[in-house]
Design a protein around this ligand. Sequence first.
Ligand code: ADP
Ligand code: MG
Length: 618
Amino acid sequence: MANSIHLLPDHIANQIAAGEVIQRPASAVKELLENAVDAGASEIKLIINDAGKALIQVIDNGKGMNPIDAQNAFARHATSKISSIEDLFQIRTMGFRGEALASIAAVAQVSLKTRLAEDELGTSVEIENSQVSETSPIACPVGTSISMKNLFFNVPARRNFLKSNSAELKHIIEEFTRVALAFPEIYFTLTNNGQDVFHWEAGSFKQRAIHVLGNSYQTKLVAVGEKTDYLTISGFVGKPETAKKTRSDQYFFVNRRFIKSAYLHHAIANAFDGLIPKESFPSYILYIDVDPAQVDINVHPTKQEIKFEDDKIIYAFVQAAVKHALAQFSIAPSLDFSLDADIQQLDAIQKPLTQEQRNNTTSSSLYAGFTQKNQAHFIPKVSEAEKKEWKSFFSELPSSDQNEAEQGNESFIVKSSSMGLYKDASPVMVREDATLLQINNTYILAPVDAGFIMVHQQLAHERVLYEKYQKASVQPHATQKSLFPVVLELSVPDAILLEDMIEDLAIIGYEIEPFGQNSFIIQGIPADVISGNEKNAIELLLEQFKHFSGDIKFSKREKLIRCMARQSAIKAGQSLSQKEMHSLIESLFNCDTPNVSASGAPTYIDFKEAYLDGLFSK
Ligand code: ADP
Ligand code: MG
């Protein structure tokens, strides 16, 4: 029998391996930017077309490559960054595996132009299917320019897997932002389809943070800075008022490498405990620097995880550093600051660190500030308006106070008349004068002709709103103009997402306009949404939209409608007045499909007399 094992041809082996490193345009962007950083560039330009699907080009003014290196760079495991096993424990560069360029060359048409400062001429290399197809001397600036065209042109399955341009662009911007935050001393630009997206001059960490977060953060950042023999932490946390309903502005770097760590996030969230509402997220950009020997970055290159020698110390340290910074900010003398008794009682201020945490980090002088009780009394007073905002954000719906209901507050119940005539075909009919019973603030029992029905208030209302928003596509929903339009400042990825949703939001009554970089102005809101809450409503909507999951691939509008319905629906646990319950049930049976919620769960259960009798028969 013939031998059946053979070695895969190089280009196929490379393509398979490339799958690990280059999953989407953003992964290539990250690798190319990091190479430019490693090359010591002080200026890095990223140029993309069609969200990187057509073109990704990175131009740097770094050290460049000689003609031989320029060709070798694309071989698998070709790296100039380590040459011995010992080097692995002292890595100071972003890359070291020598996989990125080989992977990129396996899945795109690549051309490279590069020149060393001391050379008069540079080198141009063209690559297709992992093979160098052409090299020639060329006149070009010092540094390197790598462009990759038609990503995944030879792997159609992967190409088809790519998301919409706006989704891929969002990922690219995320990677770009992370690298730019880690290296503020480098000038970064991003151009998309010929348009300038970012222009970030070299500057301090703070300046870069403001580039990324927006000018309004100029006065809203609290500097964090602590140093021990073991590690250093620096960076910023947003003042409590900048906390958001989304996790968008959270960045953690270890030795200038962006990492994701739920554990360290928890440490920061803990430091904010009591200062911000439970469901909101603090913004932060924090940098930890440790001796490279203390961390293991030798995990998978794209995983953004990290292993510390001692996690617990880092946890306690991060938490303490953030607490310390917040405490200092709050006692800084300022005319606007006043003592707020409520805030003084908060855990974050009352409780110093635990003995264990303190013992763990005795090397730090940090704790001096935490041994005294109440040393952080001065917290700027929360304005009435802000308090109202928080309040409404916790109770998205008007109170069920009888009075309010009596006054015809229909902000969350669709008036049946607006839904057309009562359908005669409807098998269920609840008499207007029937007394309804709410159980556990969740279920409504209503007598019907032959038995009773039990309605799930949240699911029922979701159905009502879902159909209402769906119909709005035909006949746009009424808008109420805001007297005091609210400005919404978002992170870059969120801004792109919202930009994309503006049209659909308009149909359901939100009038939103772009308002400068990453900002939007909310000019109008759906007629039945309580004003004063619009900012949180939009933030919450974005968050839900991002995490929307379902087996079926819904259109953007369908997804939005579903999120809106879910978000605005009366929640289980909310007490309702008779009038509200009647109104809800009437609206439900005015629906085209009253019996299931948009997500497919039943909205009510019908208990027929015959069935009930059966239950009680001997
Ligand atoms: P790694 O970064 O892990 O070493 P890469 O595949 O990303 O591997 O790059 C391979 C090698 O090519 C690098 O080690 C470096 O010597 C060279 N190189 C890549 N990009 C650049 C660049 N922009 N400027 C100078 N040299 C580069
Ligand atoms: Mg690299």
